[in-house]
Design a protein around this ligand. Structure first.
Ligand code: HEM
Length: 511
């Protein structure tokens, strides 16, 4: 056979294979029983229906199409579960099939090519990371051993608020400083971000970096849904991802170098003091199932810093904003605090079981303002059936805890902020009660939930115990804007400015 014939036969063979594959796909698509959903447009799919607050657009669509619906983001199938029953299927009964994360530009560019925990694909690397979280990083003993850090940092927050008594303060800013200090002392061994000569980033710059990281990890990047226009980076997000990741890398390199220097200097006598020490030790362990490389240690460290800082600050800011709208809640909370704690001491973590009303405020805040309103996206690992519908491998799966928290079949007057609904109820946030899933559930549930919840509860309790909260100047509660921003977390769009006045005897503020 001459070379022309070869080319001819190879070409014909290729065309036949391609046509057969297309035919199989079309036949399969025709026979599929896909979940209901709006008809997609060519190229963009249903992206035209997603507004600047995607969780709200998706909630509205689910009211029309039901508790399980299918959307198309560009060419990508997206299935949304928005009821307790559907959440149970996706992240409990069939959890293993949906325990992967989609590949996104954020995972690629901001987390060392999916080397962190949150975006790592389901598999041995991620499983090993979770084991490290359970056994080492977030074990009950370790969290307890860091309680003194949480207490010291809460005290410094209370001190700085008392110093600004009567003035308008930017609450979220102060809250994220506390959580950043708590988490950086636990993870990095010190307040890495105190302004000092050798600091590589200033605290303000670092907070901006975290805000940017959270935003970019939550945005809908069009290139993820329509891969062939990815290179255009139409929204400019990929450029921003690369820029923020570069800044984080500079900081993390510095952190790892410092930690390694101490290890080398102390030799045999070295004892791990913080989570980075532990991670570096694990990275040296020859018995690990999967090698933990330097970029993996950096990815995990970034996860811990980001996960631990933003979420609790966002939640406490929402709680105070809701209470400013309803002063009767403040009244009830302080009655409980005065009865259980008294006016001559601050609240400690161990007091929380005796403060059911404060706990109810925290839960009610997380019901109405979940930090991640659709959790972190998951990805179907195999073709499967849910509620009789076909879900194809690779489908992106969202669980709308935003919708579940507003479901009138579960909650009486769901739009109202009413902590009393939790009093006397056994509804927890630990991923067992599917009505309230602020930390998710199943294999991918937040590994830091216990730490996050402790920080939220005790910060909130002490803020309410120590201060009367007011709006600045002539602002009324009706003026208080309760809109949110959408990203990986959902903070208030307009940061809360508020005025605090001491509520306890003066000696309590001498820290
Ligand atoms: C108020 C506090 C917090 C909230 C509301 C929160 C919420 C969440 C949610 C909703 C998820 C996704 C769960 C899912 O996909 O089903 C998640 C995952 C995660 N969170 Fe948190 N979180 C908080 C605190 C923390 C803390 C303190 C850390 C670490 C220091 C942390 C680290 C992580 C990590 C690493 C993941 C990814 C887990 C995985 O994919 O396997 N979070 N968090």
């Amino acid at each position: 056979m001459d070379s022309h014939s070869y080319t001819y036969y190879a070409g014909a063979w290729l065309v036949t294979v391609v046509l057969t594959l297309i035919a199989i796909r079309l036949r399969r698509a025709r026979n599929l029983n896909s979940p209901p959903g709006p008809k997609p447009w060519p190229v963009i799919g249903n992206l035209n229906l997603i507004g600047s607050h995607p969780h709200r657009s998706i909630h509205d669509l689910s009211q029309k199409y039901g508790e399980i619906m299918q959307l198309k983001f560009g060419s990508q199938n997206v299935v949304v579960g928005s009821s307790v029953e559907m959440a149970k299927v996706f992240i409990k009964t069939q959890d293993a099939k949906f325990a992967c994360r989609p590949k996104t530009a954020a995972g690629k560019y901001t987390t060392y090519n999916y080397s962190n925990i949150a975006w790592a694909p389901y598999g041995p690397y991620w499983r090993q990371a979770r084991k490290m979280c359970v056994m080492e990083l977030f074990s009950a003993e370790r969290l307890e051993s860091y309680e003194y850090i949480r207490e010291e940092e809460t005290n410094s927050l209370l001190k700085s608020i008392s110093k600004s008594a009567g003035e308008a303060i930017p609450l979220k800013d102060l809250l994220s400083t506390v959580s950043l200090n708590v988490i950086s002392r636990m993870v990095l061994g010190k307040r890495y971000l105190d302004v000092s000569e050798d600091s590589v980033v200033s605290p303000d710059e670092f907070k901006k970096m975290l805000d940017e990281l959270f935003l970019l990890n939550g945005v809908f990047n069009i290139g993820d849904s329509i891969p062939w226009i990815d290179f255009l980076d139409l929204q400019g997000y990929v450029k921003r991802m690369k820029a923020v990741s570069k800044k984080f890398d500079l900081f993390l390199e510095h952190v790892l170098d410092e930690h390694n220097e101490r290890r080398t200097a102390e030799g045999e006598k070295f004892v791990a003091k913080d989570m980075v020490d532990l991670l570096l030790q694990l990275a040296d362990d020859p018995d690990l199932d999967v090698k933990l490389e330097r970029h993996g240690v950096k990815g995990f460290t970034q996860d811990l810093l980001a996960g631990g800082t933003e979420s609790s600050a966002v939640t406490v800011e929402w709680a105070i904003a809701e209470i400013l709208k309803k002063p009767e809640i403040f009244q009830k909370a302080t009655e409980e605090l005065d009865r259980v704690i008294g006016k001559n001491r601050w609240v400690q973590e161990k007091d929380m079981p005796n403060l059911p009303y404060i706990e109810a405020i925290a839960k009610e805040t997380m019901r109405l303002h979940p930090v991640a309103p659709m959790l972190v996206p998951r990805r179907a690992r195999v073709d499967c059936k849910v509620a009789g519908y076909d879900i194809l491998e690779g489908t992106r799966v969202l669980v709308s805890v935003w919708s579940i928290g507003r479901d009138p079949k579960i909650w009486n007057k769901p739009e109202q902020f009413w902590p009393e609904r939790f009093i006397g109820k056994e509804i927890d946030v630990k991923g067992h009660d599917f009505e309230l899933l602020p930390f998710g559930a199943g294999r991918r549930m937040c590994p830091g939930y216990s730490l996050g919840y402790k920080v939220i509860e005790s910060t909130l309790a002490n803020l309410l115990h120590g201060f009367k909260w007011k709006l600045p100047g002539s602002m009324t509660r009706d003026d208080l804007n309760m809109e949110e921003n959408f990203g990986l977390s959902t903070p208030k769009k307009f940061p809360l400015q508020t005025v605090a006045e001491p509520r306890l005897p003066p000696h309590m503020y001498n820290f």
